[in-house]
Design a protein around this ligand. Sequence first.
Ligand SMILES: Nc1ncnc2c1ncn2[C@@H]1O[C@H](COP(=O)(O)OP(=O)(O)OP(=O)(O)O)[C@@H](O)[C@H]1O
Length: 705
Amino acid sequence: MAVSLLGTGRHAERVFDVVRGSFGEESNDVVARSWRRCMDEYLLHPDRPRDLRALDPAAIEARLDRMSTLVDCARHEMATLYQQLADDESAVVLTDTDGVILHMVASPDFAREVAPLGLRTGVVWSETEAGTNGMGTCLAAACPVSVQRDEHFYTQFTGLTCSAVPVYNPSGEMAAVLDVSSRSTLMQQHLLVLLGMTARMIENRLIDQCFRHAHPLHFHSRPEFVYTLHEGRLAVSDDGRILAANRSALFQLGLQSVNDIRSRRIEDIFQTSQEDLLQRSSLSSFHPVVTYRANAANRFFAVMRRPALEAGALQGQGAVLIHPAGPGRSVATRAAAQAAAARPPGTVATLADPQLARHLDVARRVIARQTPVLLCGETGSGKEVFARLVHEGSPNANGAFVAVNCASLPESLIEAELFGYRAGAFTGAQRSGRRGKILQADGGTLFLDEIGDMPPELQARLLRVLEERQVTPLGSEETISVQFQLLSASHRNLLDLVEKGAFREDLYYRLAGVEVNLPALRERSDRHELMRSLLVAEGGTDARLSPAAEDLLMAYPWPGNVRQLRHVLRSACALADGEPIEVEHLPLALRKTVAAGEYGVSGALPSIASPAVVARLVAPPHDAAPNLPAEGDSAGLAADHRADEPAEEPPLKLNPILANERQVLLKMLEQHRWNVSNVAKAFDVSRNTLYRRLHKLHIRISHPD
Ligand SMILES: Nc1ncnc2c1ncn2[C@@H]1O[C@H](COP(=O)(O)OP(=O)(O)OP(=O)(O)O)[C@@H](O)[C@H]1O
């Protein structure tokens, strides 16, 4: 390892100079203050380094026990941060408030290399012991700190650059320090941001863990930030009193400390009661609903849930439902699992489309015979919602529904996530080991989403598990028998992937006992009902769509399917703010697409749309070319025109989408008194484009005004 850049003597001299002189001589004031503390208060000497103190194994064990909740919350986030850093010569370290290292994630080589320096579990890195350093100085200064190479007090550490941030407990007190110690000095600012984000994730997990009996309340002033790292998070007792708050909650509410909010009632903070918030959240399928700050006009979007323990251990951030249940488990446990399975986050499950209802029936019958089902369909078409419905009507309905998104897991973690691992299987593994998702699905249903993204080497392991129905956790020699129903899904064509050699053919046939193709939203006959129930979910029972807005939504081809519809309705509800949703509350791009009839032409439909669908959507109802004035021909466009027979049925049979679009345009023309310029402006398209569209849809414009 490189030692001081300056050499021991010169490094010590510089420390002396700065401490004796003014702080201005050292660019980093935090470091200069720390050097002064080291010399004046702790009586350390930069010339006389010493070995760092290490706790004995029993003392380490006792500390780990005391801090086990925090360390458990931190492990996963630290492993993820380590993956993100992609730097073999770095370590992610967690210390308690005495500076004792509790947990460290590093490559085995780097861990071996830095162990003699004291970068290992049980060693004390407080400033009093180790002089100026990332962890100790962060503790002493109680703020994020970056200590680069020669900024360390002792020469022995000047080969390292350490960045550290505080981690707070739900009472708002500093509970730990999260640090990255690396040989690299690059990207320190970026690193501090990443560390700050990881600390917040740990803090949110800690609130979840410590208040599993409380109601979690998620909120933000912008709906898209709810359920993200930036959300405000409160834990609320059964009687509506606030027990804990995260940092973002305090910031958004303009409060200084958790004490300013603890024990206060929901009504003191928001213009709503616990009852009302719970009811509206449930009605909206746990999508954010509007509320206001008590005694103020600040608007927030909030969701309140039932306690995790009561709801059957809904874990993590609104994601996967995991609950052990199956034959032989207690009735209470099964009932909790059932209740939780019946409340998947964000589901209104409207399946009035007869084709979909048939598919559901087939899938349920097939899965009851232990035959795997593969769901195919465009992104956002509701594959997971459908999978949950299959599970709920299956013989394993009392068991857990465990969803794994193969696309969102880093390749290096997917194996541990799926198969689990034994205690100490790798650096960074939990002390107690971990049950993988497959074992969690024992007696229930395993849903492998985006299966086409599973790395090839894991495909072989998965195939073996499916054939043998036995799992061997990482680092273990024990095989465990497991019984689960299997559903998988992909928006990619798996057979194409098989042909390209990216997906194993034998695995494909193993997964696709029966293949169910879910229709895109534009092909569903129940899209009207679905739109209505999503509207209630997003905007409450009073939410209304104006007829023109409704027609426009019915005319749009929805390349992002139900997910996109949900998002559009959510933002429209927010913009309409309690009034009926009008066309102008809908996204401009959507209006343009409908007005210009650009389905499949301007990229409105993604390439995943089948050629048949694209052909149907772009097929003109009439092949006569419009006779239009050239763009910019001011003479031809000087005046707007009036439709001759606006209400007349189109002479040719239009497909439902084009017929809808025609209705939208007619209504808009009516609304704008047949002023084509104004309608074009409302859709933000040129008049030429609009004329062309009107012609295609057989809306005749004849007399200039
Ligand atoms: N039938 C439905 N009723 C109500 N909401 C639905 C329905 N189908 C889908 N949604 C909503 O649409 C969104 C996307 O659904 P889902 O995650 O099931 O789609 P997906 O096809 O699995 O998506 P991806 O391909 O991206 O994994 C979710 O917010 C879900 O709640």
